[in-house]
Design a protein around this ligand. Structure first.
Ligand code: ASP
Length: 301
């Protein structure tokens, strides 16, 4: 089978100037390339980890160095990964100062008996895995400024936490199929602006923010975490795929269900079926996304 990788850089508004837009599209393309190179040499899990880590490091998205601030002005990361071959998943939640949350999630999957490790316990594990990173790397002037703006808007009552789409967006995720037909999925995020410290979103929860099952499909979701959690969006898309046999129809159906239950501007999802057919759907203004296999890569925003 030809390795295939699809990525997203979050569902949201994405009103960017041209320069920033070019940078986002370039990074999406490079993330697909990273994933494909990893899949050529290794597994679907290698591919999704490489693609997501590349986007975490870019600082352009709400993941890794680009992560948004919680209401206490600090950065807490969530990430998860799932191996469709073994059915195992690993995740970290509300963890600070970690070089790559998706790598740490993979460490949980491969080196522990657990599925999700949160907060200080995740940092302890990051120390063992050699993944601790100085805190200052997660903070910069641009984000400090944005934090003051969102705080001010929240004080003026413009935002209710129940309508957080403007506070979410730009989470990253990847799905991959390798030469041997194995599927994997991963998602990584800083969550949403002004989230409560300790808030856990959908991104580290298997079946919500991501899901992979060999012979069926792989999925990575983005949008308002609370909506994705309550709908178990990725597992729901898996069920729709089993039912309809059509991955494009499956993601379309679950996004429509999210719109009916929670309104527009709430979710987005990318997927691959067992043959490597890619699909995406979203009910937000835009979703940064890309997919590719040997020699052909497409990106859009
Ligand atoms: N789903 C993420 C969260 O709520 C945010 C996003 O996708 O942008 O943590």
């Amino acid at each position: 089978m030809k390795p295939t990788v699809a990525v997203h850089g979050g569902a949201g508004r994405w009103s960017l100037d041209e320069e920033r837009k070019r940078a986002v599209l370039k990074t999406l393309r490079e993330a697909v390339e990273e994933g494909l190179t990893a899949a050529e040499r290794g597994s679907a899990v290698d591919a999704v980890t490489a693609a997501v880590e590349y986007m975490e490091r870019s600082g352009l998205f709400n993941a890794g160095y680009g992560s948004v601030y919680a209401i206490d002005g600090r950065v807490y990361l969530d990430a998860g990964v799932m191996d469709g071959k073994t059915g195992r998943a690993g995740a970290v939640a509300a963890v600070e100062g970690v070089r790559s949350a998706v790598r740490l999630a993979r460490f949980v999957m491969e080196q522990t008996d657990h599925v999700i490790i949160a907060c200080e316990g995740a940092r302890l594990l990051a120390a063992k895995a050699g993944l601790l990173e100085p805190h200052h790397k997660f903070y910069n002037e641009e984000k400090n400024k944005r934090f003051q703006e969102v705080l001010e808007e929240a004080r003026r009552g413009r935002w209710h936490y129940k309508k957080v789409l403007e506070l979410a967006g730009d989470t990253v995720g990847a799905v991959a199929l390798d030469r041997d037909g194995n599927l994997a999925a991963a998602t990584s995020t800083g969550g949403v602006w002004l989230k409560w410290p300790g808030r856990v979103g959908d991104s580290p929860i298997p079946g919500a923010g991501y899901y992979a099952e060999n012979g069926v499909g792989a999925f990575s979701a983005t949008g308002v975490g609370e909506v994705i959690l309550l709908m178990l969006l990725s597992y729901r898309a898996r069920n729709e795929l089993v039912k309809t046999g059509d991955v494009a129809q499956a993601v379309k159906n679950v996004v429509q269900q999210a719109t009916e239950a929670f309104g527009p501007d709430t979710v987005g999802i990318i997927a691959l079926d067992a043959k490597g057919n890619p699909a995406y759907a979203y009910n937000t203004k835009a979703m940064a996304r890309g997919w590719g296999k040997q020699g052909e890569i497409y990106v859009d925003l």
